[in-house]
Design a protein around this ligand. Structure first.
Ligand code: F6P
Length: 350
């Protein structure tokens, strides 16, 4: 039976991280009698050997806390900024893993973390990961924790923007996070009844959006809510190469200006930004994070290393990291959320 495990959180913070740390830690301590060490600030803390003991006191009272008690960073083991240089610190990370006689390391993170974790597994470390991100773009799992909370926040924002857009007869363009995918904008747009939803998977035509807004005006609705994913692109500006993203904020501002010009309706922009990642996790995210965290302790006890703990239906399964790393879960063009949006009359910009 593994005796000592380490855990770190890496990438952008996400509501539910503390619930996952608590689930993992309590199950590891009470069910399997393991010692649990936390590393601060992701892979950087592991490299710098900055640790904290996750005993029952440390794991208490954190379930409903946002952020991560361990801190996080976007540093990668093989490309760590050190002074003015970027260095491969994988060997130092391996040394620290061995120094603590760890039997396993749990890396909680999004797509980038899965990739980094696989590299460490290939160096011989016993790695297990958990999928978290508000973007919901990790393949191999039905959903990532953090998504539900962000969905609630963005939906609430759209609800609030409705009343002010309505009062002033304005277009409000609300920019929603999601990196290169549209799950959050589509989900919140659908839940909040946005009149237009723009996602990266469907490049938009601004003339079509303007026409949909003017059609609403002609039918007596002199305001519109446009929910735009930060990664959405105009058909005219599709990046030449994958990953060559437009500057999201300027893209959203430009869209609002173009719509104002074409429709002659006053436009405003609201960028929700990091509000969507902050604060208390939803009940659903706490349940999911607790389920993934506690299952992770079981997978460690069973020595199922080199896997991500994923949700499939109601249950957790171990998915090999090779099947997850370096991939991104886009909204499929035949997804029923898109179909539902079209059928309730939402313009998707195409
Ligand atoms: O991956 C989560 C996320 O919030 C994305 O939606 C967004 O593009 C990115 O992180 C923002 O990153 P940062 O917090 O480093 O600015």
């Amino acid at each position: 039976m593994p005796k000592a495990i380490g855990v770190l959180t890496s990438g952008g913070d996400t509501p539910g991280l503390n619930a996952a740390i608590r689930g993992l830690g309590k199950a590891a301590l009470y069910e399997y009698g393991m010692d649990v060490i936390g590393f601060h600030d992701g892979f950087r803390g592991l490299m710098e050997n900055r640790t904290t003991r996750l005993d029952s006191t440390a794991l208490s009272g954190i379930l409903s806390l946002g952020g991560t008690i361990l801190g996080t960073s976007r540093d990668k083991p093989h490309r760590m900024p050190i002074g003015n240089k970027v260095q491969d610190m994988t060997d130092m990370i391996l040394d620290n893993y061995q120094r603590h006689h760890l039997d396993a390391l749990v890396c909680i993170g999004g797509g980038g973390t899965q990739k980094n974790a696989l590299k460490l597994a290939e160096k011989g470390m016993n790695i297990i990961t958990l999928p978290k991100t508000i973007d919901n773009d990790v393949v191999g799992t039905d959903v990532t924790f953090g998504f539900d909370t962000a969905l609630g926040i963005a939906t609430n924002a759209i609800d609030r923007l409705h009343t002010t857009a309505h009062s002033h007869h304005r277009i409000i363009v609300v920019e929603i996070m999601g990196h290169k995918v549209g799950w959050l904008a589509l989900g919140a747009g659908l839940a909040g009844g946005a009149d237009v939803i723009l996602i990266p998977e469907i490049p938009y035509d601004v003339d079509i959006i303007a026409e949909a807004i003017m059609q609403r005006s002609r039918s007596g609705k002199s305001f519109s809510i446009v929910a735009v994913a930060e990664g959405a692109v105009s058909k005219k500006e599709i990046p030449e190469k994958a990953g060559e993203q437009k500057c999201p904020q300027s893209g959203t501002m430009k869209l609002a200006q173009e719509l104002e010009k074409l429709t002659r309706l006053e436009s405003r922009v609201t960028i929700l930004g990091h509000l969507q990642r902050g604060g208390t996790p939803s009940a659903r995210d706490r349940v999911l994070a607790s389920q993934l965290g506690t299952s992770c302790a079981r997978f460690i006890a069973e020595k199922q290393f080199g896997n991500m703990v994923a949700l499939r239906g109601e249950n957790t399964v171990a998915v090999p990291l090779e099947e997850v790393a370096g991939k991104r879960k886009y909204v499929p063009l035949d997804h029923e959320w898109l179909d539902a949006a079209r059928k309730v009359g939402t313009c998707l910009g195409d």
